[in-house]
Design a protein around this ligand. Sequence first.
Ligand code: NI
Length: 187
Amino acid sequence: MILPIVLFGDPILKKRVEDVSPEQKDLKEFIENMYETMYAADGVGLAAPQVGKSINLFIMDASTFADEYPDAKDFKKVFINPEMIEESGEEWLFNEGCLSFPHLREEVLRKPKIIINYLDENFVEHEETYEGIIARIIQHEYDHLRGIVFVDRLTFLKKQLIKNKLINISKGNVNAPYKVKTTRIKK
Ligand code: NI
């Protein structure tokens, strides 16, 4: 089932999430719905709050980047209760987008290498090191679970320049090419 994606401006994107427990009801189905939703919107990552659920989980599929980044090939994973252990290296710019910000793309600085601890969909614990595009997607999604969105990582000046675009998105005045949920009433 395709779920509506929450747009920037919805307070759920600012909330800190609750940890997921193995007893979480309908978790498998929820993850399947998240994948269906992400693929329908041509996304490479999706965090639970973006579909209106404030729980500590994100999914990703980096395979669309496989031509440019070989380690992205078939890289499809669910991250439950992730914890960033370390981020290192010299920050690099990458043009990021986010399904909660239709049609907006901006260059964001992030460190290139991470160590992350997480549970997979079977609640098996992993601690892994990732770099490049994989690390980038994980960092972006991990931020969502802490109430941080990618525009929060822009400089004040850059944010001023896109202020009107952000206001329009938060008002729902945007034509998303996928199903979205807006909190404000359109006139
Ligand atoms: Ni995002």
